[in-house]
Design a protein. Structure first.
Length: 105
């Protein structure tokens, strides 16, 4: 239990600082968003039944909303829906064999 809390706190701080880096130093790269890529990677490397990817997607969406001029909650709901669709597709249609070299989140 404590291990999951520590793991999620470390990931949230990492995602927060990476998003701050993207928003402050890389504002001209509008063709790719590191936030969407991070949500995709966290949900791909996580087990389909785990919920840490959903929490990180919502948290990252809230941070994007806070630092943007959009309404609060638009990106949060969008990232959460993206993560839910990705989880559904991975759970229902994709079978990834367990590889010992692949990191688990």
């Amino acid at each position: 239990m404590i291990e999951k809390i520590i793991k999620s706190l470390i990931m949230f701080f990492f995602l927060y600082y990476l998003l701050i880096l993207e928003m402050s130093y890389l504002p001209f790269f509008t063709f790719v968003s590191f936030a969407i890529l991070l949500v995709l990677l966290v949900n791909l490397f996580e087990e389909p039944r785990e919920k840490l990817g959903l929490f990180s997607a919502f948290f990252l969406g809230l941070i994007v909303d806070i630092f943007s001029s959009n309404y609060l909650g638009v990106a949060a709901i969008g990232f959460l829906l993206f993560a839910l669709v990705l989880k559904f597709i991975l759970f229902k249609y994709v079978r990834i064999p367990s590889i010992s070299g692949m990191p688990k989140i």
